[in-house]
Design a protein around this ligand. Structure first.
Ligand SMILES: *Cc1c(COP(=O)(O)O)cnc(C)c1O
Length: 390
């Protein structure tokens, strides 16, 4: 058919050489996916079963990232979401219904708690919180309608390492599934599925991305049934991740091992040094005995990452603790973590069961890739400044 140039803009006959191979995964952006004939048109979400049907369910870029995360975590299949928090809400929507009961650790990532309180309760789900160190004691909290138990180990900010295996065994006996926020371990330092977890999620925003320039999440299931339940909900909630962001995360994964090694070493050096400082009451780093659940970390984890918290001595006021954060020059102030830049954020915590009330005395640090002596000097200067104020 002879084509007008305007038609050629859309339907081109141009040819380029075939056989391109490179080391990077191509960025495939798409809403529409083409079918070969009218009879093959279908709207199935599972691209592993149906072939590609629609961009919402993943393009080769999205699925490649999903497959790599799944391989690292040793799961059945992985779904990519537009952020870690989206992975959390999607898991709740996929596995809970009105009348169910869900248990969440007190140490959970705050937006996870808020989703449960603000959304799940509104939809008739009963929400309970438990002490992160519950272990087998979780049994007393399980009810006939307990459908899901969340774990996050170590917990956000206060860093309690959980006995995931003991919790999973009790939950399974009661017929509940176990979900783990595995972000801190980057999905590599804690083998969730051999410890009895059914579904994991990660904020890939953190170590997979690794450069503070994207938002992505992942959900990985241990078996096919949970995968199906999740996929159907994902299709109907309609949250697709950007293939551009996925290609950045695929690039990030290539350097994950060297970044983690450098970050782990620097974080351990600084955590040990801080634990000797007179201004600091306690360092909450899972690899240090001063962290709740340290023995479980030793038993279950194969490494540590770059986020930990410090608790100042009771004599320091909120203004002094915030003054410490403000005095830091290399540590920037901001949410999220696991990028190459060191960060510091101060919090104010009331006590809840199994989670001490560190009050305004707690500061979370994210260790980046700066020279560790410079970071130590920066922390040292800010600590000296603090002592002279008091
Ligand atoms: C950052 C974070 C999330 C949420 O990830 P986003 O991609 O920022 O939505 C979830 N869980 C934990 C433990 C996190 O640190």
């Amino acid at each position: 058919m002879a084509k007008n140039w305007k038609t050629k803009l859309i339907h081109s006959d141009s040819k380029i050489p075939e056989g391109f191979r490179s080391l990077s995964v191509g960025v495939q952006r798409a809403s529409t996916v083409l079918f070969s004939d009218a009879a093959s048109v279908r709207d199935d979400w599972d691209q592993y079963e149906a072939g590609y049907t629609y961009g919402l369910y993943g393009t080769p870029t999205t699925l490649e990232l999903a497959a790599r995360v799944c391989e690292l975590e040793g799961g059945f299949r992985t779904l990519i979401t537009p952020g870690g928090q989206c992975a959390i809400s999607l898991i709740n929507l996929a596995f809970l219904k009105a009348g169910d009961h869900v248990l969440i650790p007190e140490s959970v990532y705050t937006p996870n708690r808020k989703f449960a309180v603000a959304v799940l309760r509104r939809f008739g789900v009963e929400v309970g919180f438990y002490a992160p160190d519950a272990g087998t004691g979780i049994q007393a909290l399980l009810r006939d309608n307990t459908r899901m138990v969340w774990c996050e180990s170590p917990g956000s900010i206060t860093m309690e390492v959980q006995d995931v295996q003991a919790i999973a065994e009790a939950a399974h006996r009661a017929g509940a599934i176990v979900v783990l926020d595995n972000t801190w371990s980057a999905g590599v330092y804690f083998d969730a599925f051999t410890h009895g977890v059914d579904v994991t999620m990660q904020a890939l925003t953190k170590y997979a991305g690794g450069h503070s320039d994207l938002l992505l999440g992942s959900i990985t299931t241990r078996e096919v049934r949970a995968w199906r339940q999740l996929g159907v909900t994902h299709q109907l909630v309609g949250c697709a991740a950007s293939p551009d962001d996925c290609s950045l995360a695929l690039r990030g994964l290539k350097t994950l091992a060297v970044r983690l090694r450098a970050i782990e070493d620097a974080a351990l050096t600084l955590a040990r040094w801080l634990s000797e400082r007179p201004e600091i009451e306690r360092v909450l780093h899972p690899a240090l005995p001063s962290c709740p659940g340290h023995e479980l970390w030793k038993r279950d984890f194969s490494g540590s990452t770059g986020v930990f918290s410090i608790v100042f001595q009771p004599r320091f006021s909120k203004a002094q603790v915030q003054g410490f954060v403000d005095k830091l020059e290399l540590f920037e102030i901001g949410y999220s973590w696991a990028g190459v830049t060191s960060l510091a954020v101060s919090y104010d915590f009331q006590a809840t069961p199994g989670r001490p009330g560190y009050g305004h005395r707690i500061v979370r640090l994210n260790i980046g890739l700066e020279d560790v002596s410079d970071l130590k000097e920066d922390l040292g200067c800010a600590l000296e400044g603090l002592s002279s104020d008091s």
